[in-house]
Design a protein around this ligand. Structure first.
Ligand SMILES: NC(=O)c1ccc[n+]([C@@H]2O[C@H](COP(=O)([O-])OP(=O)(O)OC[C@H]3O[C@@H](n4cnc5c(N)ncnc54)[C@H](O)[C@@H]3O)[C@@H](O)[C@H]2O)c1
Length: 361
């Protein structure tokens, strides 16, 4: 069975373990903290069971050869229709995945046995830099030059994570575009969106020096794991998803701050309005369908208004404490602090409902 590795068995690491095990891979998890190690399998089991009982856990056959030839897996996943999704079947699916996952006690074990590692340790630059250096040392001493590392980081660039590595490419040195013997060039950001086991989109952010072959391998790995890779072609702060999210967040803040609408109504404009179509089409397809002749027609009609309004929107706006309080109190009114656990479940149930609806389209 083909093995891949996870470093850090927290929230995100356990989601990746679920994703890759259900995609047919053997998954080795390296968790450094003794106490955390005891919780990893429980956390994965809970995630697997939730997806299984909602009928969205697809368990693929074990992968024994190169996963680049995916044809024999095609259509062989084990998702049953609702009537066949019995408790017994669900437990079987969960167990199949759990059997593919094991904890290992050293980094060298992980490096020696896997072709790909997903790094999921806390979001601290110095911790990640030290880890990438350690992995590089293992790769060098074990001669595992083909190993590829993906970092789950939400905010850091891969070029900063490998900056302390011996193999860090110097800016003025020419390099061959697919040199697999340089560790730094085998590393890439692979950023999931919470909760990763439910949300398909995953952002891929290579450094300018990342091997194209490594990028293609990760794209393939994600596709066979039923994820939707989004290629971020430059190392920009916030990648794509958070840049979009923060642009909306700034305007939402401004509308409340300027007394245009209440926090509840701003939220409603998204979840009872724009957000309904965003689950299946983005802003570009939206405008393409909003004018009879498509995007160019839309722009002829409306770009004047778009530019007039966006000129009044400065997203570098400062968030003042009074407006933050107004928004917080409004949210606390809807979700009282003692109801937060229910609210997480409510959110995930809604997500599952939308994912199921999309599967039938
Ligand atoms: N939480 C989110 O919503 C989210 C979403 C997308 C990406 N991310 C990113 O995923 C990464 C992990 O976040 P998380 O929320 O899972 O954190 P977490 O704190 O839940 O888990 C991190 C785990 O890594 C372990 N660890 C620390 N150093 C280690 C080491 N050297 N070797 C092995 N294990 C080690 C810790 O003991 C802990 O169990 C971060 O980079 C974060 O930015 C988080």
């Amino acid at each position: 069975m083909i093995s891949l590795g996870i470093i850090g068995g927290g929230l995100i690491g356990s989601s990746w373990a679920m994703i890759f095990s259900s995609a047919g891979f053997r998954v080795l998890v390296f968790e450094a903290d003794e106490a955390a190690r005891g919780q990893v399998l429980d956390r994965i089991t809970t995630k697997l069971s939730t997806s299984a009982s909602n009928g969205v856990l697809e368990v693929q056959e074990e992968r024994t050869t190169s996963f680049f030839d995916n044809h024999h897996h095609h259509g062989h996943h084990d998702r049953k229709s609702l009537s066949e999704n019995t408790a017994e079947h669900q437990q079987e699916q969960v167990n199949k995945c759990l059997k593919r996952i094991s904890l290992v006690s050293s980094l060298s074990e992980l490096v020696s046995q896997t072709f790909y590692i997903q790094e999921c340790i806390p979001e601290r630059l110095e911790l990640k830099q030290a880890l990438f250096k350690q992995i590089e040392e293992q790769v060098t001493s074990l001669g595992k030059h083909h190993l590829i590392i993906g970092s789950s980081t939400s905010t850091l660039a891969i070029s900063s994570l490998v900056a302390q590595c011996a193999s860090f490419p110097s800016a003025n040195k020419e390099h061959d575009s697919d040199d697999e013997t340089n560790f730094s060039r085998q590393c890439i950001v692979v950023h999931p969106i919470n909760p990763p086991e439910l949300i398909p989109a995953v952002e891929l952010i290579p450094a300018p020096f990342t091997n194209r072959a490594a990028l293609r391998m990760v794209q393939r790995l994600l596709i066979v794991s039923k994820k939707k890779p989004i290629l971020v072609k430059k190392e920009v702060d916030g990648f794509v998803v958070n840049r979009l999210q923060y642009a909306i967040l700034s305007e939402a803040y401004r509308l409340v701050h300027d007394g245009v609408a209440s926090p509840e109504d701003v939220d409603s404009a998204i979840c009872d309005g724009l957000g309904l179509r965003w689950a299946f089409m983005g802003p570009f397809k939206t405008i393409h369908l909003n004018a009879p002749e498509g995007v160019t027609d839309y722009c002829e009609r409306y770009i004047g208004a778009v530019e007039r309004i966006t000129q009044t929107q400065d997203n570098s706006i400062h968030w003042d404490p009074a407006t933050i309080q107004t928004i917080h109190q409004s949210m606390d009114h809807q979700i009282p602090p003692d109801q937060r656990t229910n609210a997480y479940q409510w959110r995930d149930q809604n997500l599952l409902g939308i994912i199921k609806a999309k599967q039938t389209q």
